[in-house]
Design a protein. Structure first.
Length: 130
């Protein structure tokens, strides 16, 4: 991980193990045209029924990489302590009345957008517009 010098390591709260899992599962982020495609790859997108309607309960599809999904949700546990940006977002979801798991998934989706931006532009966390 030290030889890769990945910008993901600049995110406060994400250490060597979680960043290795994330990078190992994503690979080259440029193969995903948008962060939404990376969200679908992770299985964090909302389930859509055959009729085209979105589930009112907001279940995620869980069809993507379980390792990436695990690494992202575990990262949120650390980020809500060490990163004011993600902590504020997480607790704002809780204040909206969302369940803890819903807040974690919403924050993980925000994290994956930030990671996609960091990996495609090779920027560190401090330089990303949030």
């Amino acid at each position: 991980m030290n030889e890769l010098n990945s910008p993901i390591l600049s995110i406060p709260g994400i250490g060597l193990n979680l960043s290795a899992m994330i990078i190992g599962e994503i690979g080259d982020a440029n193969r995903f045209a948008t962060p939404e495609k990376l969200i679908k790859y992770a299985g964090l997108n909302v389930k859509v029924h055959d009729s085209g309607t979105v589930s009112k309960r907001g279940h995620i599809v869980k069809r993507g990489s379980p390792i990436l999904r695990y690494a992202l949700t575990m990262s949120i546990q650390k980020l809500r302590i060490h990163s004011p940006v993600f902590s504020e977002y997480y607790y704002s979801k809780l204040k909206q009345g969302k369940h803890t798991n819903v807040a974690i998934i919403a924050t993980a989706r925000k994290l994956i957008r930030v990671i996609w931006k960091m990996m495609t532009t090779d920027q560190v966390f401090e330089n990303i517009k949030r």
